[in-house]
Design a protein around this ligand. Structure first.
Ligand code: S3P
Length: 167
C-alpha cells in the first residue's frame, strides 16, 4: 500500500485520524511537526520564535524529502501550512496518496479554541485568523489533494472507508 498523506487546516483531525489509520493498516504514523520537533529537539513555537517562520518552512521541506527517501510505509499527517509552499506540493504527491481533510470554520474554531501551541493562531480573533488563512489555503489544499473528504460529523470508520475506496 502507498503512503497516505493527510493534509488540511490546523485542527482538522490529521493527527488523530493518522493514529487511527496507522493502527488499522498496521503502518507507522509520522506527523511532520513531531518529526521536526524531534530532529531539532525544539518545540514548534520555539522554532518560530528563534528562527522564524521561513526557516520552519524549510524544515518542513527537508522533512518531506527525508520521508520520500525513506522507504517505510507511513501514514503522514502534515502541518497545515506545508502545502502552501509551492515546492512542497509535487513532493507531497510523490510521497503518497494525498487526502484533504476538510472541515468547516465552525468546527475548526471549536477545536482550536484555547490552543496555545500554534504560533499563527495566538492573539486577536481566532475566527478571523482561521477565516483569513482558510481563504488563502483552501484552493491549494483542494488542488494538491487526490481525494477530498468532508470530515464534519463523520466517524473515523466512515472516513477510512472513503479513503480506501478512493485509493
Ligand atoms: C501550521 C500548522 C501546525 C504547525 C505550525 C504551523 C500552519 O500544524 O505546523 O503551527 O501554518 O497551519 P498542525 O496543522 O498539525 O496544527
Amino acid at each position: 500500500m502507498k503512503n497516505i498523506v493527510l493534509i488540511g487546516f490546523m485542527g482538522s483531525g490529521k493527527s488523530t485520524l493518522g493514529k487511527y489509520l496507522a493502527k488499522k493498516y498496521n503502518m507507522k504514523q509520522i506527523d511532520t511537526d513531531w518529526y521536526i520537533e524531534n530532529k531539532y529537539n525544539m518545540a514548534i513555537s520555539d522554532i518560530f520564535n528563534e528562527y522564524g517562520e521561513t526557516r520552519f518552512r524549510e524544515m518542513e521541506t527537508e522533512c518531506i524529502n527525508d520521508l520520500i527517501n525513506d522507504n517505510g510505509k507511513y501514514i503522514v499527517s502534515v502541518g497545515g501550512g506545508l502545502p502552501v509552499k509551492e515546492v512542497n506540493r509535487p513532493l507531497l504527491k510523490k510521497l503518497g496518496f494525498v487526502v484533504y481533510l476538510k472541515a468547516t470554520v465552525d468546527t475548526l474554531e471549536k477545536r482550536l479554541s484555547g490552543d496555545t501551541k500554534r504560533p499563527l493562531l495566538q492573539g486577536g480573533s481566532l475566527r478571523d485568523k482561521i477565516t483569513n488563512l482558510m481563504e488563502q489555503r483552501e484552493t491549494i489544499y483542494e488542488e494538491v489533494a487526490d481525494l477530498i473528504v468532508n470530515t464534519d460529523n463523520k466517524k473515523f470508520e466512515e472516513i477510512e472507508e472513503l479513503i480506501k475506496a478512493g485509493m
